[in-house]
Design a protein around this ligand. Sequence first.
Ligand code: NAD
Length: 334
Amino acid sequence: MEKLTTAVLGAGRIGAIHATNIAAHTDATLVAVADVDASAAKRTAGETGARVASIDAILSDHGIRAVVICTPTDTHADLIMRAAAAGKAIFCEKPVDLDITRIQACLAEVDRAQVPLMIGFNRRFDPSFADLARRLRSDQAGAIELISIVSRDPTPPPAAYVARSGGLFRDMMIHDFDMARFLMAEEFVEVFAYGSALIDRQIGQAGDVDTAVCILKTATGRIAQISNSRRTSYGYDQRIEVHGSLGLLAAGNRTATTVTRATADGFATDSALPFFLERYAEAYRLELGMFVRAVLDGQAIAPNGRDGFAAARLADAATLSCKSGRPIPLTPGQ
Ligand SMILES: NC(=O)c1ccc[n+]([C@@H]2O[C@H](COP(=O)([O-])OP(=O)(O)OC[C@H]3O[C@@H](n4cnc5c(N)ncnc54)[C@H](O)[C@@H]3O)[C@@H](O)[C@H]2O)c1
């Protein structure tokens, strides 16, 4: 059976995970790994049986059908365009880019080249969140009225990361914007956001926030609310609740074990799993599996470039709302 010959560009935290998952996939072969840091490329290539190669060599290699882009955010748009021009199927980590105009240019190039493009909104593939979405679609909660998403990191990122990140809404809440769109299945027409720097003085000095809430409304009046924080004392806090006309669907945190200790002081369990590498290990495996199968079978891909663009629009609107103190209207389809 044909295997998807694939290369990973960028072998940092997330690149190493994707490389491992491709190498382990029965329908894919990890051929090459590229990284400007030669030691990172060598480590991941050594762990997966791939070879180290430059991005130029990978893009001009007709034996490689797909690339998985895991380099820093400000390189994504350029690499997507180069990979599209080279005729590769593309998986790119979120976000597509920090600038909406560049995202549009990038998607135009992908359309022109007619290559598949998947964006790494991995949370859609988390087994609990995916099941919650399936149940919503089969009407188990009735008509959606209110979606609540809690998404809190255990610790703030380093100042250097914050400076290049595009801010909390474009870097972190982008995942939740995609999840809100995915669950609601109706576009949002208004966005309002509050944000504060309560945790890390350096984040405030960089003009960013580390604590934020966003409220989004659809044309039919359905509401989503997102709560983000860059610090918790109890692990990576990832929860979703959907309230509908027939009832409630909720997916909670995952813990390392299900053991509960009960004493006169109450009930105690493990903390939530530490961070994204642990919490979403299965989601990362499943999303790459979906990419491999969709490319090999020529099926439609989701989340795709349009989803990346739509989430970026919401992030821009939230950033503007947070700065201006005003709700930001959005015209669907623009
Ligand atoms: N979906 C998720 O859950 C998730 C999680 C983490 C990161 N990300 C995204 O993945 C991307 C990478 O994040 P990370 O945390 O793995 O970063 P990282 O810094 O750990 O890794 C990035 C790697 O890319 C390499 N690199 C930098 N510029 C390069 C270039 N021009 N060509 C080739 N290699 C280059 C670096 O040397 C580094 O090894 C970011 O866009 C981030 O938003 C997504």
